[in-house]
Every structure is written in C-alpha cells, then in structure tokens.
Design a protein around this ligand. Structure first.
Ligand SMILES: NC(=O)c1ccc[n+]([C@@H]2O[C@H](COP(=O)([O-])OP(=O)(O)OC[C@H]3O[C@@H](n4cnc5c(N)ncnc54)[C@H](O)[C@@H]3O)[C@@H](O)[C@H]2O)c1
Length: 316
C-alpha cells in the first residue's frame, strides 16, 4: 500500500527527506511558502537521484521511478491531505516554528504524525498546548538525510508511546536508522556527542597541545575508523579481554584524572580562532569550500555503499 508524506519547507533538508521517502516507496508532496521554492527543489532532487543511482544507492530503482513519486502542492492543506507523516524542515527560528506548528496541528488529520527536522529546538518549545500534541515529535536527521541514515526521534513530554513506536517503524521502513530518545534534552544525542568532542578539540588547540590538523587526523585516521561501524560502548567492550567491565577497571582512572581539566571552557571565537582559521584556510581556501563539499558527498556515498556491502558480507 502506498503511503503519503508531506514535506513542509523544501530547502536543503526538506529536499533530502523527499528523496529518502521516495526512495523508500512513499508518495511525497513538497510544500513551501516561498513561490517557486518547491519546484526548484524538485528540480535539484533530479540531480541527487541521478548521483545516488550512479553510486548504487537507489535500491536498484531508476531515478525516474523515484522522482515520479514526488510532487508539489500549492496549498499546505493539499500537501497534508491524506498524509500519514509530515516532515517539517522550515527555518530554525522559534517564532516561525510556533506559528507553523499551530497551522499544521489545526490542518492535518489527527492520525497524521507531525515530525520536525529541527537541529536545536526541543519539541516542547513549539508544540506546547497544541490540541493534538500526542502525535508530535522531533525527527532530527543529519545532513543530508538521503546519505546519512541516523535520525534522532525525540518526544515532547506529551508525545504518545504509540507515536514513538510508529515513528521508529516508519524510519526503519524507509532505511533510516533511528536513535530513540526517552525524553527531550538540548542537543539531543548527536550534537551533545559532537559538542563534547569539539570542546576538547578547541581546548587542545588553544593550549598548544595539538594543531587543528592533528585533531582531525586523530579522528579520521583513528577513532572514526571504528566509529564508522560501531559505537563508543561497543568499542570499549572490545578493547579489553574481559569486555566493558574489564576496560573500566583498567582505564577509568585515566579518564577520571583527565576530567577536571576538561571542565574549563574555551571561547571558540577567542584567541584560538585565528590559529584554526590560519590552518584551515591554508589547507582549503574559502573559494574551494563548495568543491570540497561535493568531494565529501562522493566520499560519503562510497562509504555508505561499502558499509552496506560489508553488512551483508561480514554482518552488523
Ligand atoms: N542544514 C543542516 O545541516 C541541517 C541538518 C539537520 C537539521 N536541520 C534543520 O532542518 C530545518 C531546515 O533547515 P535547512 O538547512 O533545510 O534550511 P533551508 O534554508 O535550506 O530551507 C528552509 C526552507 O523553509 C522554507 N520556509 C520559509 N518559511 C517557511 C514557513 N513558514 N513554513 C514552511 N517553510 C518555510 C524556505 O523557503 C526554505 O525552502 C531547520 O530546522 C534546521 O535546523 C538542518
């Protein structure tokens, strides 16, 4: 049975979601209040679908088959009509989201799950008081959602257990990998983890212990190799002969001794910034950022393909 998703806000992230849902067999309707934005997004989705097909990441489907599932609506009500899921990817401004979510909750049938892509707003901040708050949640993707499967599902205090269960099923069905949170907190999981790592990188550079490139090398040639297929808990479970308890017995003291010095915050815009800018801009001039972003996406596609093949050949 085909299912319909309404994509509300069709910029960078909305477009990625459109491809992810259409690839998973859903009928997709894009809506955007800026005239011509949804049509433009549909056009750009064509290029993405072609790239994905070339990279072997369209589940064996032709780009035309996937793109034929995506349409555009001129009215929000038409986009929401008959939709089982609504994915909102509007600008990250609380007043915009509050107003929009009041409209969404009023217009969508009560059975439609309403999900927001917000990176930094907890769901209670824009769904409080909505008559059908039990079907509202955050489904925060990493960008771009058609290339990075992880999606954080975050409930507001009033989100129902049924909504969370259904959200997990839908995300799994379209090939995303949900992280299901028990309750909301700033930064969700991904940005809290990234924030902890970034804080340490800024401290190491500010205090002259390592340069920006050394921090990058420690991740890309070290930690990230394991982290690209298993997480930090599984990593330490395998890093001591007796598993995680043995790892903790052997190494907790090292982390405990580091911890006090890690409580000092370095201002990312302070004295450390010129050091980082000097290093980064020498390695990548500003006018090469776009070209390098395309390189990143090609590397991501290659990694994803490799991960999918390894999962089949070696197992997860
Ligand atoms: N860019 C990222 O890396 C990233 C990653 C994960 C999540 N997000 C989140 O996704 C959301 C969208 O970000 P983006 O990067 O796609 O932004 P974007 O600027 O590319 O797209 C936003 C779109 O929303 C439209 N819009 C403007 N007002 C609107 C309204 N009132 N209702 C509906 N749509 C409206 C705009 O016309 C535009 O097409 C934000 O909440 C952001 O935090 C972004």
């Amino acid at each position: 049975m085909s299912q319909k998703v309404a994509i509300v806000g069709s910029g960078l992230v909305g477009r990625g979601w459109a491809i992810a849902f259409a690839r998973g067999g859903w009928d997709v309707v894009l809506w955007d209040p800026i005239e011509g934005a949804a049509a433009k997004s549909l056009e750009l989705a064509g290029t993405i679908a072609t790239d994905l097909a070339e990279a072997g990441l369209l589940l064996g489907q032709e780009p035309s088959t996937v793109l034929a599932r995506i349409g555009v609506a001129n009215e929000l009500a038409a986009a929401l009509d008959g939709a089982a899921w609504m994915q909102e990817s509007a600008p990250e401004k609380l007043d915009v989201k509050r107003q929009l979510w009041a409209d969404l909750d009023r217009t969508a049938a009560p059975s439609t799950i309403l999900a927001s892509s917000t990176s930094a707003l907890v769901p209670s901040s824009f769904t409080e008081g909505l008559p059908h708050g039990q079907r509202c949640l955050v489904a925060h993707p990493l960008n771009p959602p058609h290339l990075i499967p992880c999606v954080e599902l975050v409930p507001a205090p009033w989100t129902s257990a049924e909504t969370m269960k259904r959200a997990e099923e839908v995300m799994n069905a379209i090939g995303q990998k949900p992280v299901v949170m028990g309750r909301e907190i700033d930064g969700f999981v991904v940005n809290r983890l990234q924030g902890a790592l970034m804080e340490e990188c800024f401290r190491l550079v500010a205090d002259g212990f390592a340069g920006p490139e050394d921090c990058d090398a420690a991740v890309k040639h070290g930690l990230a190799l394991r982290w690209s297929f298993m997480g930090p808990f599984e990593t330490i479970d395998l890093n001591a002969p007796g598993g995680i308890a043995d790892y903790i017995a052997r190494f907790q003291h090292m982390y405990r001794e580091m911890h006090p010095a890690q409580q000092r915050r370095v201002d990312w815009e302070g004295d450390v910034l010129p050091k980082i800018l000097e290093d980064r801009r020498a390695r990548l001039p500003l006018d090469k950022l776009q070209e390098r972003s395309r390189w990143r996406d090609r590397r991501l596609m290659a990694l994803l393909r490799q991960k999918q093949a390894s999962s089949k050949e070696i197992g997860d």
